[in-house]
Design a protein around this ligand. Structure first.
Ligand code: PRP
Ligand code: URA
Length: 212
């Protein structure tokens, strides 16, 4: 795949190590859940690097001083249901005051087309940074529709964080929303004929929630 300006692979050794754990078919539900959150936490540390700061005057026990704190309205973490839910706690570990908006979407298993069934977001989206989370970026249909739904509600500053991305999905998503920075722990090889990422990690929602 040619270099895409708004797509970034976060190939930190800890992230890669943890991703290998959850790719393994022998990783059970409990460990899968834990490690997905751990990866989300590590990723959001990187993703939040450019968060704006403002100066604030405080008094330490020793003297007055001007220091920095996060500026602006509270960040929103927006999981794409269901599997995105698995990344929320990891993000909240680092940004505990973030608001959480839910985007309900499922992919038709035959057509692979996404269907939106629920969207509930905090107010004043236009003034907030929104971090959309979903472990899997496959055809890109769900990610595109989720960002469409957010923009329709006024969102302007959106980042997308996934664990595993397929080149096919990255290309269409990055093009459809060139203003959205996309972060993945891995860019995998391709999609198979059933629309699963190869090598991937299987069905993220089923593995997180123990369904089939
Ligand atoms: C999975 C995944 C993404 C979507 C990716 O969700 O969590 O949302 O598929 O596929 P796409 O890029 O081809 O749209 P799924 O629809 O299986 O729902 P679930 O989270 O409820 O399991
Ligand atoms: N959704 C998943 O959960 N896994 C895939 O490989 C593709 C879409």
């Amino acid at each position: 795949m040619d270099k895409i300006k708004n797509f970034h692979v976060l190939d930190h050794p800890l992230i890669q190590h943890k991703l290998t754990i959850i790719r393994d078919e022998n990783c059970g539900t409990r460990e899968f859940r834990e490690v997905v959150n751990e990866i989300a936490e590590l990723m959001v540390y990187e993703v939040s690097r450019d968060m704006p700061l403002e100066e604030v005057e405080i008094k330490t026990p020793v003297s007055k001083t001007t220091q920095k704190r996060l500026a602006g309205k509270k960040v929103v973490v927006a999981p794409i249901l269901r599997a995105g839910i698995g990344m929320v706690d990891g993000v909240l570990e680092l940004i505990p005051s973030a608001k959480v908006g839910h985007i309900g979407m499922y992919r038709d298993e035959e057509t692979l087309k996404p269907h939106e069934y629920f969207v509930k977001m905090p107010d004043q989206l236009e003034d907030r940074e929104i971090i959309v989370v979903d472990p899997m970026l496959a055809t890109g249909g769900s990610a595109i529709m989720a960002v469409d739904a957010l923009k329709k509600r006024g969102a302007k500053r959106i980042k997308f964080v996934c664990l595993v991305a397929a080149p096919e999905g990255v290309e269409v998503f990055a093009k459809a929303h060139s203003d959205v920075e996309i972060y993945a722990a891995s860019l995998d090889d391709c999609l198979n004929e059933d629309g699963y990422i190869v090598p991937g990690l299987g069905d993220a929602g089923d593995r997180l929630f123990g369904t089939k």
